[in-house]
Design a protein around this ligand. Structure first.
Ligand code: PAF
Length: 519
């Protein structure tokens, strides 16, 4: 591992990286196992070419208040170099203050992230702190120019603010949040834990314990009174002898105060324990997360959604398969698919079951019969649009999908999923590709399956016509939910699309709230 102490050394090393992607872990040193887990994650390049990993160690004066611990913040460069190397880092950038701020802090261009994100939590108690963090991180990003930056979810407000700054300023870097590492008694790893003596260390465990107790009340007791939960945490901390800065319940994205438990809520606390100021949080959830994926035909939704669900341990709800299953039943019953009055009675007492088998594949049963393969027949394909257009069918299946989603923990793919079925989904994605790209993929698919391939212009016309019909039909037209993220998949591999979905999910649902299943 290379130790780089000047910007010139950094630039020389940067040039030698060639075309390898560069992943960056910013730290203030005093590295511990939490930082090492960030470095190890940074080494994983998610299927792409192997990444070079650079760790920075810089105790940034701009982010410390006048009465804070800047001068006594632990500095141990040699040990940090050993720990970074052991975790797989390729370079450690440890500049002095003059190197990073050559004109002195007074001459420095400073950043000011939105006030709305700094009004609560640590922002209120540490004025100027996040301005200092944003300023140094943007300075480092400008010098290092990494493709990816990894930050701990433990400092959740910092993570949200930096994601926002990078987005607002159009800095070309992915910002990835990583899980919090904890001691056996739950205390989150932090460089400031080393200030604690034995007794203080025991007291500090009250912080995670009180937050966990609040989360357990939501899950076990159904307590949704956020003010009461926050008050209970405060009492618990004070009884343990800690001096509380705040206990606040906020929306995890906007960081605005929440009074009612709607969706994912961040309950965060900061307290002084002897010489250390400790922070921690939990995510309170009234149900497990839901992801809604919609988009035009031929955009590759099914393949991507199935793999994404498997990667995150979510149930894959293929609503298209449900409409196909009803179509199959209509055909088996000899009923006219266009006649709503004749279709309606089939929905009474309908027993439609979706189950996930090995490797994420889904089995579909209707009234006890396995129809997994039968629903893919050309006959079903030909009539599914007509059956799905009956409002009695849509209402029955929407009700069933909502019942399936009551406990959450699923990815639902299908038409009007983000608008009508799960309007409160944590993440809504409109997955699409240009007509030209979808035509190209369709041609490839036909060729691989040994079918004749029509000219591309003809395929493009067919796809454009289908889009037009889908988006102008009276029942459940194809529309993008106002709060859906549009993901255009042109030129992206399936793996790259899944990676982007995972990142979008993680910006909304942290590892603490929904951990990934062990590989
Ligand atoms: O989280 C930290 O250690 C610091 O705030 C950071 C991101 C390295 C900026 O100084």
């Amino acid at each position: 591992m290379r130790l780089l102490q000047s910007c010139a050394e950094l630039q020389a090393w940067r040039r030698n990286c060639g075309t390898s992607p560069l992943h960056f872990v910013p730290t203030m040193g005093a590295l511990h196992a939490g930082h090492q887990s960030l470095i190890r994650r940074a080494c994983h390049s998610g299927g792409g070419p192997a990444a070079q990993v650079l760790v920075s160690v810089f105790v940034n004066p701009l982010q410390f208040g006048p009465s804070e611990d800047f001068s006594r913040y632990p500095r141990q460069l040699e040990r940090d170099a050993e720990l970074a190397a052991a975790a797989g880092a390729h370079a450690l950038f440890a500049p002095g203050v003059e190197e990073l701020y050559p004109g002195g802090p007074e001459e420095l261009t400073r950043l000011q992230p939105p006030r709305s994100l700094q009004q609560g939590l640590c922002g209120r108690h540490r004025p100027g702190h996040f301005d200092g963090v944003a300023t140094v991180v943007l300075r480092l990003l400008g010098l290092i120019r990494p493709q990816r930056m990894l930050l701990g979810e433990k400092d959740w407000q910092q993570l949200v603010i930096l994601q926002r700054v990078v987005h607002d300023l159009g800095v070309p870097v992915e910002v990835l949040g990583c899980p919090t590492l904890r001691e056996a008694d739950g205390l989150a790893l932090s460089s400031r834990n080393r200030y604690l003596d034995g007794e203080q260390r025991r007291q500090a465990a009250a912080l995670p314990a009180s937050l966990r107790a609040a989360a357990a009340q939501v899950v076990g007791g159904g307590n949704r009174d956020l003010a009461a939960l926050a008050a209970a945490v405060r009492t618990h901390l004070e009884q343990a002898g800690l001096v509380v800065d705040y206990v606040e319940a906020v929306c995890p994205r906007s960081l605005q105060p929440r009074s009612a438990l709607t969706g994912l809520t961040l309950l965060a606390a900061a307290a002084h324990c002897g010489p250390s100021r400790l922070i921690d949080h939990v995510f309170l959830m009234s149900r497990a997360p839901i992801v809604a994926i919609d988009g035009p035909a031929g955009a590759g939704k099914s393949t991507v959604t199935r793999a994404f669900a498997e990667r995150l341990g979510l149930i894959y709800l293929d609503t298209g398969a449900m409409y196909r299953a009803v179509t199959w039943l209509v055909q088996q019953s000899g009923v006219d698919a266009a006649d709503a009055a004749a279709v309606a009675p089939l929905l009474q007492g309908l027993d439609l079951e979706l189950s996930t088998a090995a490797a994420g594949s889904q089995r579909v049963r209707v009234n006890g019969t396995d129809v997994t393969d039968a629903i893919r027949s050309p006959e079903v394909t030909a009539q599914v649009s007509a059956v799905a257009a009956h409002s009695c069918v849509r209402e029955a299946l929407t009700r069933q999908q909502q019942a399936m989603g009551e406990r959450g923990g699923l990815v639902a793919e299908g038409r009007d999923i983000g608008t009508a079925v799960f309007p409160d989904a944590e993440l809504k994605v409109f997955l699409t590709a240009t007509v030209a790209e979808r035509a190209r993929r369709r041609a490839l698919d036909l060729e691989q399956r040994g079918f004749p391939v029509p000219p591309l212009a003809e395929l493009e016309a067919q796809i454009a016509e289908r889009d037009h019909l889908d988006s102008t039909r009276a029942v459940a037209p194809l529309t993008q939910a106002a709060d859906a993220v549009e993901l255009i998949t042109d030129g992206l591999s399936i793996e790259a699309v899944i990676e982007q979905l995972v990142q979008l999910f993680r910006q909304r649902v942290p590892h603490d709230a929904w951990p990934e299943p062990a590989a």
